[in-house]
Design a protein around this ligand. Sequence first.
Ligand code: ADE
Ligand code: ZN
Length: 329
Amino acid sequence: MTDPATDTRATPLAELHMHIEGALEPELIFELAQRNRIDLPYADLDDLRSRYEFTDLQSFLDLYFANMTVLRTAQDFADLARSYLARAAVAGVRHAEIFFNPQAHTARGVPLREVLEGLGDALAGSEAEHGVSTGLIAGILRDRPVPEADALLTDLVGSGAPLLGIGLDSAEVGYPPSLFVDVFGRARAAGLHVVAHAGEEGPPDYIRQALDLLGVERIDHGIRCVEDDDLVDRLVRDRVPLTLCPLSNVRLRVVDRLADHPIRRMLARGLHVTVNSDDPAYFGGYVDDNLARLRADVGLTDAERERLARNSIEASFASPARKAELLGG
Ligand code: ADE
Ligand code: ZN
């Protein structure tokens, strides 16, 4: 398979679906705990690593939120983002749209400005340091109260921070997109891009709601669309990007084995799918690891990898000039 990091003919990748808190590697968790004098409930690295066995989305989210308590200062957020960007560059990523979960930090007393300052610092140097252009997307926690999301949007817009858009994530079932119509309407009116996780554990109808009620431009995951032929027809016709995360789907038991992943069938059907790492520190790897495993276990071809790369750039919110540069046009 072509290696996007070394093969100059291969189209580089845009990563459109990763949570920066999900790039918190075990070593960095211990380092930040020491720096911030936080007692971790783990004896050592092996003890922590032994907990990376998940039965569903919620079992992962419990560990994800517990571990991010080591993030306290702007420096912590900057260190985390720099470590992701350096690793993503090695994976062949040249453009990254990065989710962060402000409520997960503000709810435990970390000021929004610390988060924005740290991530902003790391992202500002990314193009010069790593050749990776970037954007930040604030992920609303859908299982927290809607008025909190509303207040967050007000704070984000008021902060003046360079924000690409907003997303919707965390526990999906029971928290339909319909709850967030007003917040997403306000975000669109403020000129922000809008995306939402839908159809990961939730039903295909949540994908429809995200499109019809929230006006999203991409669906994060969306894998369960394959259960609904009419929905698939619509997604193909309207070229709605789906940001798939294959290794995440295996680790969170959305599919039993990678060999069962429908990504090749989805590509063949004409769906605008992309490959992403979601939470690379938790799910067994970065975007290059996802592509390598797809090649080994599903038989992904070079032509399909190229299609995925082009899809990722076309589906990104990069400027037309940056897209043309990345597409080699
Ligand atoms: N937050 C981080 N990873 C997530 C996922 N896979 N689904 C929903 N929320 C998330
Ligand atoms: Zn996600």
